[in-house]
Design a protein around this ligand. Sequence first.
Ligand SMILES: *Cc1c(COP(=O)(O)O)cnc(C)c1O
Length: 342
Amino acid sequence: MSETPVDWDSLTFSITETDNMYIAKTAIDEPWAPGNMLPYGNITISPAAGVINYGQGLFEGLKAYRTAAGRVVLFRPEENARRMQRGADRLKMPPVPESIFIDAVEQCVQQNSRWIPPMGKGALYVRPLLNGSGAVLGVAPAPEYTFMVYVTPVGPYFKGGMNCIDLLISDEHHRAAPGGSGGVKAIGNYAPGMMPSKKAKSKGFAEVIYLDAEHHKYIEEVGAANFFCYKEGILYTPELTGTILPGITRDSLIQLARKMGVEVVETKVSHELAMSADEAFCCGTAAVISPIGSITLGENKATYSDGNTPGELTIKLYNALTNIQNEIDEDVLGWVHPVPGI
Ligand SMILES: *Cc1c(COP(=O)(O)O)cnc(C)c1O
């Protein structure tokens, strides 16, 4: 093993192979038992596996950080465990118990600790997967399930200050429909977004904003991130009606804003409201917060401030959340989960 596995300063959000990964398997209708750590590497799978034929699969994403207190911590990992359980229900898979999920994540962080970037240089991204790995020919739940966790070091999202992003509202595509699977991290929700996203990027936008599939009027999400806008002292975010992924960053920012005394309204957020707001941002584990510089819909373009200056509340929320994650501020809400033994 090398002394310095990576050049911490050149890390991006991409895959670096690490040392060890976690795997547990169970038969349908059998309870989960704790799995094993194995060397990181390729897996074998039946050509008839439910996941590669019918998309019976879920993913999660969270980060382990080295903090100012000299510890390694996870941020609200119980919420990832619970979200994966809700997804498992929706995709007819056996839910992984929270204790097994957390134990798997902790073991992966512990057994790959040399890959955790120094504080400020990024984080160890943790990727849990649950899928129907057993062979099944007809469209039906697979007979066997695999729960896996791997990790990879990732760089800080913003190197040298927050960048504002330009977004395009899609007038052609939707991410999710009422009654569908948009509210869970089902793997099948993501590939259909690649074409619209690529197209927007080729026109110079950072991502697409999806409107609701019923009225084509209300903002749902920004690619795979949640949306917020701030207007006349009120922070708005699309309400969770089943088509929006309930982000843990979203929930954390709602709580932090309320603690600051900001009124937060979860409601239907029309594109008119968003495009007349004073500030806008999107959020998720990868970037925490990305300030939005402009939103374009057809011929109309709304620019926030000068288009490249994050709003005051946006910065305040970013600092409040990252200061808790980095253990600079006291964790009064009990969100930080130290990983023992490292
Ligand atoms: C994962 C994800 C988010 C962000 O969720 P976090 O828990 O904050 O990382 C938002 N939208 C979609 C579609 C996602 O898949």
